[in-house]
Write a protein that binds this ligand. Sequence first.
Ligand code: ASP
Length: 331
Amino acid sequence: MTSRRNFLKSSILSTSLLIPGVLKKGSELLSRRENSVNAYKPLIVSTWEHGLEANTRAWEVLHQTGSILDAVEEGVKVTEADPASRTVGLYGYPDREGIVTLDASIMKGNGECGSVCFLRQIKHPISLARRVMEKTPHVMLAGEGARQFAISEGFPLEEEVLHPESQREYEEWLKEAEYRPIINIENHDTIGMVGLDVNGNLAGSCTTSGLAFKMHGRVGDSPIIGAGLYVDNEVGAATATGVGETIIKISGSFLVVELMRQGRSPQEACEEAISRLIHKNQENIEEMQAGFIAINKDGEYGGYAVHPGFNFAVQHNGGNEMEDAKSRFTG
Ligand code: ASP
């Protein structure tokens, strides 16, 4: 928690490697965006500080395989397997019944996508989401059906034992058993990753254990295509983190991509989507954190949140660094 607040200062803009000729836009658009024309190919952006390690792996895989889809899958697998993560993967916080249930989605720029939700016992839900995309006629599998599909695909079943830290927090929570989302405390820190390769192909991934101590059966935005993740090779890609209910209500990631389609930069699109989210979630917005990150097909990126505290990791040829997102509310 402390480290999450210990933000690294961004030096992305000053050390950026601007790839000439990437931006071929009208001069009007360029002047409107004069503060945000840095563009990178390839580019990988992911949410929160765990994004740094995930980006490193994604970058490696992109260079090994040339596949942006492989990169966004393998990148977030690092976080899914990390015993230190209380918000992604099987070491995450459980629901109110003490059971860890996982949500994940993956999407390619041509519209192919797959997701799993309310999934138990599977270490890498993102890989199962990819299998749904590649091996079934469906987009989403839930709960026991998803688990059965995993078994049929040869995924090993993990034992359902809470990580000691998750167990301790759960027992603490049980004393009051009250559910209140608390801004930026580690009860909601999904990893969402969006990536662009040198040829302009986009892909994205999103994986989470969802809100800590959620109702059993609750599914958030992360496995819902258009809410937690959306990718379109013609435009760009976006992913979300935060209280999923607020994001689902505005089809958040789809909205960000559509705003970019209409000419907004990734930064402008994230800001506009956050305005919409605040407008549609006015009740309790002071307790609800949500954030978006986005990239466009030219290799520009942006990020924005409701409240301060959200940050994201940006990887390009110039390095892999954290950047603090600006937010609508400031204190
Ligand atoms: N968006 C996720 C959910 O609502 C939580 C998170 O960002 O960690 O399930």
